[in-house]
Design a protein around this ligand. Structure first.
Ligand code: PMP
Length: 414
């Protein structure tokens, strides 16, 4: 695969030729085919779905439903009805917290999450635990930043009702042993929710191998538009989840005092959905399939390793997480320099990274023992030269701040 040619599919790289984009975990850039699909939809196919009988509206409905099938294939589900379109990972997880666990969790029961969860796979469970009196358990990390499976085995037991776990950490870049943890959850009659927001963009997923009960991911982190995402519900559970949003097109029959639900998945998609988003996501999936997910996974892991090795050689730089890199995410700090200052210095060189807690504050504060980090997140269109430019600039930041600190009184030095 020729990365130079791949980059030409992404107009933003032509418009911003000096940019080094390393904030892919926040959102990825979009290929021309996705951008064109959006404008083509509005120019030619802008009709509402599942409503009108006239031909173009039927054709748009067919295109929309075709994407559902495409996504089912992408994650190895045999049943397109298991795919529900949402606004993104956050909405998908909240749908399950409210639509299933709010009615299926009681005092004394337990939810297990890992300490590396993104807030969107944490706060819904925190609130539910507070409301119901259920206990929220945190699976810790090993010293090198992997999920502590031994601790998970101790923690997940007969009281556990839910294990909510990310497939890939958006801060440390580690891949979690989802299949193993899923087996453990099921052995204890608990359900497993997989937050695949960072996993789906970077590696193949097969729900028939992992067997999650619920899974969530976002289109915008995998070349698709913003505001569109996916909730996968294991077909066995589709009838057990209650839609919390009620309105148009999710009903079968409405009388003055009651209503009946439409079949799945329509009952979960109340109101006019993000049709353009779905069409754009379909093109994104097509693009990923063309590159193939195993190639993307290897490319991201190789780049991640290269960047890790480059940054580890820079004096006064701390790189977080294991030495062996599995994905394209590399979080780091420069000793004595605030991550926002590092990110601002990089910005002056058109190198775009994120500084902060990456919506994973318990991990950053309690495990990494810091207030914030700088995060470089690579995707397949990044290059080794992007990594080199980042490492060179970080080296300059280190030298600049180190030299400046020598002029400070001792108590003020980092
Ligand atoms: N979980 C993880 C692991 C993520 O990386 C993200 C996005 N950064 C989310 C959840 C939330 O995704 P969204 O903001 O698209 O809903």
């Amino acid at each position: 695969m020729n990365v130079k040619e791949i980059r030409q599919d992404f107009p933003i790289f032509k418009h911003r030729p000096r940019m080094v984009y390393l904030d892919n975990a926040a959102t990825t850039q979009k290929p021309k085919s996705v951008i064109q699909a959006l404008s083509h939809f509005y120019e030619y196919d802008n009709f509402n779905v599942h409503r009108s009988v006239y031909t173009p509206a039927q054709q748009t409905t067919e295109k929309y439903e075709h994407v559902r099938k495409q996504i089912a294939d992408f994650i190895g589900s045999r049943n397109p009805k298991s795919i529900i379109f949402t606004r993104g990972t956050t909405e998908s997880i909240n749908d399950i917290a409210i639509g299933y666990f709010q009615r299926n969790l009681s005092e004394g029961e337990e939810i297990s999450v890992s300490i590396m969860e993104h807030h969107s796979n944490l706060l819904p469970w925190q609130r539910l635990a507070n409301q119901t009196g259920a206990k929220l358990n945190y699976i810790p990390l090993t010293a090198n930043g992997h999920l502590d499976v031994k601790q998970a085995e101790q923690m997940i037991g007969p009281k556990t009702k839910l294990v909510a776990l990310t497939g890939v950490s958006n801060v440390l870049g580690v891949i979690n042993p989802i299949r193993e943890i899923c087996k453990l959850a099921h052995k204890n009659h608990a359900l497993l929710l997989l937050d695949a927001a960072q996993m789906a963009p970077e590696m193949p997923i097969n729900v028939q191998k992992i067997h999650p009960d619920f899974m969530a991911f976002s289109g915008h982190k995998m070349l698709g538009p913003t505001g569109i995402g996916v909730l996968y519900i294991n077909p066995k559970l589709l009838d057990k989840v209650t839609p919390w949003q009620l309105g148009g097109e999710m009903i079968q029959n409405v009388t003055t005092h009651n209503f009946t639900y439409a079949d799945v998945p329509q009952r979960f998609e109340a109101g006019t959905p993000n049709i353009a988003g779905v069409i754009g996501l379909g093109q994104a999936i097509k693009y990923l399939n063309h590159l193939t997910m195993p190639w993307i996974q290897k490319r991201c892991a190789d780049l991640g390793q290269y960047l890790y090795d480059q940054l580890s050689q820079v004096k006064r730089v701390i790189v977080y997480g294991p030495k062996h890199r599995q994905t394209g995410i590399v979080s780091f700090n420069v000793k004595g320099v605030h991550p926002h200052d590092v990110a601002t210095a990089l910005d002056l060189n058109q190198i775009y990274v994120r500084a902060g807690q990456h919506c994973a504050q318990p991990l950053v504060n309690d495990c990494l023992k810091t207030s914030a980090t700088v995060r470089a997140s690579l995707y397949f269109y990044n290059t080794k030269s992007d990594c080199d430019r980042l490492a060179t600039c970080v080296r300059k930041v280190v030298n600049f701040f180190h030299a400046a600190q020598r002029h400070l009184p001792k108590y003020d030095r980092g």
